[in-house]
Design a protein around this ligand. Structure first.
Ligand code: C2G
Length: 486
C-alpha cells in the first residue's frame, strides 16, 4: 500500500483518486475550496462524474501539508494555469525522494516551460541538479471513463526511467495500463497541443462539417505537433504513440472532451468566453494556445491548424473565413520533408546543371563536431564535386570569434578530414581571406549556415554562388556543453 497525495479535486484528480484507492492505496485529495472539500467528504460524489461513487477511503482536505508531507507519490492535477502557484504552496512539504507526477496538460505561456519544468523550476531553487525526475502522466484517458473503470492506457514519461516505472507499477491491477517513455518533453508537448487540435475538430463539427474534415484535422494536426516536437529535439515515435496520436484521437472524437465541446459551440457562433462558460470546466486548449503560437514561432515550425484556431479564439475571426483559408492553403506533398531537405534538394538540382567540377568551400570552427555540422557539410558537398573546409585556427576562433575551442586546430582538422564529405581542410586565419581563397582555390560555390544569412553576399562579386543553408535548429555546441555541465 502506498501513500498518495493528489493536488486538485477536479474530474481527473477524483478519477485518479478513485482508481488508486480501489487497489488499496491511502489517498488524500487537496482542494483550496472548503465547501468543495466538505461536499466531497460527505457525499463522495463529484458533480462532473455522475453515477460514480468515490471510495469512502479517499479523504479530501484543504490542508496542503497533510496532502504532501510523507507521501510516496504526489499527483499534480490542478489546471495548468495554477501549476506554478500550486508548486509554490507545496514547496515546504515536498522532497526529491518522493515521486512527483504531473497529470495536467499544458505549457506555461510566460516561460514556454512544460509543466514538469514549471514544477522543477519552483522546487529546485535554481539548483539544476534537483527534481530532474518529475514524471509526466499523459495519454488517451477521459476522466469519466477511467472513473467508470473502463480499460485505459496512459504514458508515464520521465528522463529517469526508474521513476516512470514507479508510476507504471503503482497502477498495476487497475483499469489503467501504463506505458513508460523517456521522452518527457515529447509527451508533454503532445498533451498540451492536442487540446488545440480538439478545439479545431469541435469548431469544424460546430460548423456542420463531418467526419472527413475531422479526420483531416486529426491527421494534419498530428503532423503539425510532430514537426514542432522534432524541431524541439523530441523523439518522433512519441507522436505516433499513445500520448500523441492516441490522445488526439480520443480528444477530437469524443463529446467527453471539453475542448471538443467548447469548439463545437464556437463553431455554432458562441464567443470563446460564452463557450467556456457553457462547458463549465477548464478548456486547456485555450490556455495552451498562446504558448503553442510562441513555440511554433521560436522553432520556425509551420502549424496552420494551431494558428487557425488562434485566429478564431484570440483574434475573433469568423470560423468559416478561417476554415476556408485553411483548406485553400498552398498545396503540399504529404511526405513533408523537413525544410532543411527541401532547401537542400532544390539547391542541388539547380547546381547539377553546371558542367565540370564544382568546387565548394565553407568556413567554421566545427568544435565538438556534431550532427548539425555534419548536416551542413553533407549538403555543402552535395552542391558540387569537391569540398574545402576553411577551419578556424585556435587563435582566430578565440580572438576573432570569441569561441574557445575544446579541441585544438589539429584535432579538429583530423576529425574533419575523416569525413567522406570533406576533400580538403585549410586554415581560416582572418575574416578577410575569403576573397583571395575564392581565387586561389578556384571556388564556384560558397556555403554557410543561415545564421550567417546575407553576411557574405559580397563574394558574389568574385563570380561565386553564395548559398546559406538552414541550420539544424535543435543542436549546438553550447547546448552540448551545457548538457554535459549539468
Ligand atoms: N551549423 C549548422 N547547424 C548547427 C550548428 C552549426 O548548420 N546546429 C553550421 C553553421 O551555420 C556553420 C557551420 O555549421 O555554417 C560551422 O559552425 P560553427 O563552427 O559554429 O561556425 P562559426 O563559428 O559560425 O564560424 O568565417 C565564418 C566563420 O568561421 C563561421
Amino acid at each position: 500500500m502506498k501513500k498518495i497525495g493528489i493536488l486538485g479535486a477536479g474530474t481527473w484528480g477524483s478519477a485518479i483518486a478513485k482508481v488508486l484507492c480501489e487497489i488499496g492505496n491511502a489517498v488524500t485529495v487537496w482542494s483550496p475550496i472548503q465547501d468543495e472539500v466538505d461536499t466531497l467528504n460527505s457525499t463522495h460524489l463529484h458533480k462532473n462524474l455522475p453515477g460514480v461513487k468515490i471510495p469512502e477511503g479517499v479523504s479530501y482536505t484543504t490542508d496542503i501539508k497533510l496532502t504532501c508531507e510523507g507521501m510516496d507519490y504526489i499527483f499534480f492535477v490542478v489546471p495548468s494555469v495554477f501549476m506554478r502557484s500550486t508548486a509554490e504552496k507545496v514547496k515546504p512539504y515536498v522532497s526529491a525522494a518522493q515521486t512527483l507526477v504531473i497529470a495536467s496538460k499544458g505549457i506555461e505561456d510566460s516561460t514556454l516551460m512544460t509543466l514538469t519544468d514549471v514544477v522543477k523550476d519552483v522546487l529546485s531553487d535554481g539548483d539544476r541538479s534537483k527534481f530532474n525526475d518529475i514524471v509526466a502522466f499523459s495519454g488517451p484517458a477521459h476522466a469519466e471513463e477511467v472513473a467508470g473503470g473502463m480499460p485505459t492506457t496512459i504514458v508515464s514519461a520521465c528522463k529517469r526511467m526508474k521513476k516512470a516505472e514507479d508510476v507504471e507499477i503503482l497502477f498495476r491491477n487497475s483499469c489503467v495500463r501504463v506505458y513508460t517513455n523517456p521522452d518527457v518533453y515529447g509527451v508533454e508537448i503532445c498533451g498540451a497541443i492536442k487540446n488545440i487540435i480538439a478545439l479545431a475538430c469541435g469548431i469544424s463539427s460546430g460548423l456542420g462539417f463531418g467526419d472527413n474534415t475531422r479526420a483531416a484535422l486529426i491527421t494534419r494536426g498530428i503532423a503539425e505537433i510532430t514537426r514542432l516536437g522534432m524541431a524541439m529535439g523530441c523523439a518522433e515515435q512519441t507522436f505516433a504513440g499513445l500520448a500523441g496520436t492516441g490522445d488526439i484521437v480520443v480528444t477530437s472524437t469524443s463529446m467527453h472532451s471539453r475542448n471538443n465541446r467548447a469548439g463545437c459551440l464556437i463553431g455554432k457562433g458562441y464567443t470563446p468566453e460564452e463557450a467556456i462558460k457553457a462547458v463549465g470546466m477548464v478548456v486547456e486548449g485555450v490556455n495552451a494556445l498562446p504558448a503553442a503560437i510562441k513555440l511554433a514561432k521560436k522553432y520556425n515550425v509551420e502549424m496552420p491548424i494551431v494558428s487557425s484556431v488562434n485566429m478564431i479564439i484570440s483574434e475573433g475571426i469568423k470560423p468559416k473565413e478561417v476554415l476556408a483559408k485553411l483548406m485553400g492553403r498552398g498545396y503540399k506533398s504529404e511526405l513533408n520533408k523537413s525544410d532543411i531537405d527541401v532547401a537542400f534538394e532544390s539547391i542541388v538540382m539547380k547546381n547539377r546543371k553546371k558542367s565540370g567540377m564544382t568546387r565548394v568551400i565553407t568556413y567554421g570552427s566545427f568544435d565538438l563536431l556534431h550532427y548539425g555540422h555534419i548536416n551542413l557539410l553533407r549538403r555543402a558537398k552535395a552542391l558540387g564535386d569537391y569540398l574545402i573546409v576553411a577551419l578556424s585556427t585556435d587563435e582566430f576562433s578565440e580572438v576573432q570569434k570569441n569561441k574557445k575551442c575544446y579541441f585544438n586546430y589539429e584535432q579538429r582538422k583530423v576529425l574533419l578530414e575523416s569525413l567522406r564529405f570533406v576533400d580538403l581542410v585549410i586554415p581560416e586565419e582572418s575574416w578577410e581571406q575569403k576573397k583571395s581563397d575564392m581565387k586561389e582555390f578556384r571556388i564556384d560555390t560558397f556555403v554557410m549556415g543561415d545564421d550567417w544569412e546575407g553576411k557574405f553576399d559580397y563574394l558574389e562579386n568574385e563570380n561565386v554562388d553564395v548559398i546559406y543553408l538552414p541550420r539544424t535548429p535543435e543542436i549546438s555546441t553550447e547546448k552540448i556543453k551545457k548538457a554535459i555541465a549539468e
